[in-house]
Design a protein around this ligand. Structure first.
Ligand SMILES: C[S@@+](CC[C@H](N)C(=O)[O-])C[C@H]1O[C@@H](n2cnc3c(N)ncnc32)[C@H](O)[C@@H]1O
Length: 211
């Protein structure tokens, strides 16, 4: 991932953001040691922002598409009340097993339910409403994820999508994934069912408020 924000500015922002816990720091270390694409992890700044979003909207039920090694899952679980729940979807048992090691070390781990299956299949089988959905999986399915999740989000709830600037490739889309992200961004800004705001946090974060 190409860094869009100058590293010195990122460092300054991180230095003025609530500290990352030792547990999350250890999870980052293991992710860098054991996986091929550790930069997929949301990391300190975006993670702290996601936790604050969960708290700010008083979310009790969150759905995540794309667990990886579980950083974003755990950081959002930390923002939920004791009786809150986060369901997280992935297809990779190896990265999910790294995630589970760290979740069990946290008092917030009991709020997490992981489902290992293609996300579109899992979403179909989920009942009840969510306060927030975090989309962070295969880019070609972003519109499908959005459409499948929107009916399951409460009014005033949020759909948050990661990597919507796609290392800047949205300005000159060539590959399939570049095109998928630009189509997703267009889809959201033209959708009257949501109020969309694109933030230039890390690789771009789309916030869609359900009207
Ligand atoms: C960008 S990573 C998620 C990063 C994670 N949110 C974090 O911050 O650590 C994307 C994840 O999506 C998963 N994924 C890809 N295709 C999927 C699918 N069809 N259904 C569910 N998960 C999928 C991958 O296995 C990968 O772990």
């Amino acid at each position: 991932m190409i860094t869009l924000i100058p590293e010195t500015i990122e460092d300054y922002a991180r230095a003025h953001t609530v500290k990352e816990s030792d547990l999350l720091q250890r999870l980052v270390k293991e992710t860098y040691k054991e996986t091929d694409l550790p930069e997929m992890q949301v990391g300190h700044l975006e993670g702290a922002f996601l936790r604050l979003l969960v708290k700010s909207i008083g979310a009790k039920r969150v759905l995540e598409i794309g667990t990886f090694t579980g950083y974003s899952t755990l950081v959002m679980a930390e923002g939920l009340p004791n009786d809150g729940e986060i369901i997280t979807l992935d297809i990779n048992p190896d990265t999910t097993s790294i995630a589970k090691k760290y979740w069990t070390e946290s008092p917030h781990g009991k709020k997490i339910r992981s489902i290992l299956a293609p996300a579109l299949d899992s979403i179909k089988n989920l009942n009840g409403l969510f306060d927030m959905v975090f989309i962070d999986a295969d880019k070609e399915n972003y519109i499908n994820y959005f459409e499948a999740c929107l009916p399951k989000v409460r009014q005033g709830g949020l759909i948050v999508a990661d990597n919507v600037l796609w290392s800047g490739k949205v300005l000159n889309p060539k590959e399939k994934s570049d095109i998928a992200i630009t189509e997703f961004n267009k889809h959201l800004i033209n959708d009257r069912r949501v109020e969309a705001v694109m933030l230039t946090v890390r690789d771009g974060l789309m916030l869609a408020y359900k009207l």
